[in-house]
Design a protein around this ligand. Structure first.
Ligand code: PBG
Length: 325
């Protein structure tokens, strides 16, 4: 045998020397859940170690992340049912929870990168990402609401706006609106290929944002399809996206690779709530080694071609010293 691949695996030094992919704190974006009130820090039951924070505690949490070298955060609000309506008006109302959270984070930690989520579901009495009329999700009417939301986020200081709604044309619509209002430097991270997935369950528990009727299959993608992701990516690219995101993560690594190989924009991946819950449940049962399974998961995203990883594991991997900042 002239070729013996095991020679390159014979010692830790050589294994490290030939290692192709690495994860660093710079690749990680930490999703954080926000709730109104003061002194709140409530664990999400299906996501051990993940909490809903009131703004005061959110600031403490972000401060401790920054000390660990974790600098990017994606914020999601839990809105009281009484504040929700069909038009998601509280999403862009001055002084509302989410806008205050963005302002406070940027005021206290200008160095933090704040990613904001644009979609109607946490604020909508229908629990859908778009406007519901006679059981239908209206596309173009929804764009106007998403536009108002995105502008309000930009005014509050968002660094990156991430539309997660999957309406057609929203990237172009929001890009133009931001540009004409003087927010040319605010980035757009598009949820390009967001699938109608079972793995968002714990997130919807955390935000109390599940659809009141029907499902999201008329706007989120069919898990059986991959070529559709190319159409979505091409549109996002033409419409001015700065990042293309794939979501969920592990069951869609082929899509991460597909977009990476066909487009030159940075690729983000969302390691979603259900993936987190699944891993933690197995760890709690003693069925998986926590450190190894988390690090292998994160590395697989880098290998597939993602530069930016939205993951609920972001803080723990730094806190536990599994990753150097
Ligand atoms: C909503 C949104 C969802 C997630 C991020 N933004 C859920 C959904 O589409 O129902 C899911 C994130 C996760 O599961 O961790 N626009």
């Amino acid at each position: 045998m002239l070729q013996r691949p095991r020679r390159n695996r014979k010692s830790a030094v050589i294994r490290d020397m030939v290692q192709e992919n690495h994860i660093s704190a710079a690749n990680l974006i930490f999703p954080l859940f926000i709730v109104d009130g003061q002194g709140q820090k409530t664990e999400v039951s299906s996501m051990p170690g993940i909490f809903r924070y009131s703004i005061d505690n959110l600031l403490r949490e972000i401060e401790s992340c920054l000390k660990l070298g974790l600098k990017s955060f994606d914020l999601f609000p839990n809105i009281e049912d009484s504040l929700k309506d069909k038009l998601a008006t509280v999403s862009y109302k001055k002084g509302s929870l989410y806008l205050r959270a963005i302002e406070e984070v940027k005021k206290n930690f200008p160095e933090a990168c704040v990613v904001t989520d644009v979609a109607m579901d946490p604020y909508s009495s229908d629990g859908h990402d778009g406007l519901v009329h006679n059981g239908e999700i209206l596309n173009d009417e929804t764009l106007e609401i998403l536009g108002k939301m995105a502008l309000a986020h930009a005014e509050a200081g968002a660094d990156i706006i991430a539309p997660s709604d999957m309406m057609d044309g929203r990237i172009g619509y929001i890009r133009e609106l931001l540009d004409t209002h003087g927010f040319k430097q605010v980035s757009l991270m598009s949820y390009t290929a967001k699938y109608a997935s079972a793995f968002y369950g714990p997130f919807r528990d955390a935000l109390n944002s599940a659809p009141k009727a029907g499902d999201k299959k008329s706007y989120q993608m069919n898990p059986a399809n991959s070529r559709e992701a190319l159409i979505e990516a091409q549109l996002d690219m033409q419409e001015g996206a700065d990042f293309l995101m794939v979501k969920p993560g592990l069951p869609y690594l082929d899509i991460v690779k597909l977009l990476h190989d066909n487009f030159d924009l940075p690729i983000a991946v969302y390691n979603v709530s259900g993936e987190y819950a699944m891993l933690k449940a197995a760890v709690q049962n003693g069925w998986l080694d926590e450190q190894r399974s988390i690090m292998e998961t994160l590395l697989s995203f880098r290998r597939a071609g993602a530069t930016s990883i939205l993951t609920y594991h972001a803080k723990e991997v730094l806190e536990k010293g599994w990753l150097k900042a």
